[in-house]
Design a protein around this ligand. Sequence first.
Ligand code: HEC
Length: 141
Amino acid sequence: MERNLAVAVPRFVRVTAAVLLFASPVIAMQVRARDPEWVAPAKEAAKANPLAGRTDAAAGGGKLFRQRCSKCHGADGHGTRKGPNLAHADVQAQSDGTLFWKISSGNSHEDMPSFSFLPEPQRWQLVLHVREIGNGSLREP
Ligand code: HEC
């Protein structure tokens, strides 16, 4: 009995190690899911981006994104374990005003910080950059 146990334990350890070894890349690659329940108030959602069409301003948004957002959403904005994919159709289907409001207010229960401390034009620049993430016109970092 004791002898069997001595054999069984190392085997258990070996099996566990093998499972972890094969599962870890899968776990590491998982991208955090977005919260479909998080919606902006209608008045905020209706706001238009004052920088719409300003590709020059989008470049500044890219720089801000790398400084403040990429650690969670990834350098390409396609998400990490800490933040959802911003190229997702459900994200891109939302209005500029909604994205601006979400970036401004954050969702503290869900680990998205508030960026209301950034000047409004910078937050609109970030919205331009989120659109670039969605439409594939992303500049190289
Ligand atoms: C500490 C990690 C973290 C950082 C830094 C962060 N985010 Fe997020 N972000 C999240 C998480 C987590 C969510 C999902 C929250 C939810 O769905 O309730 C989220 C959600 C969002 C959404 C809403 C997506 C949707 O599904 O509607 C937008 C837009 C967004 N982030 C943009 C940004 C921008 C722009 C920055 C930088 C200024 C940024 N985030 C920085 C973690 C982060």
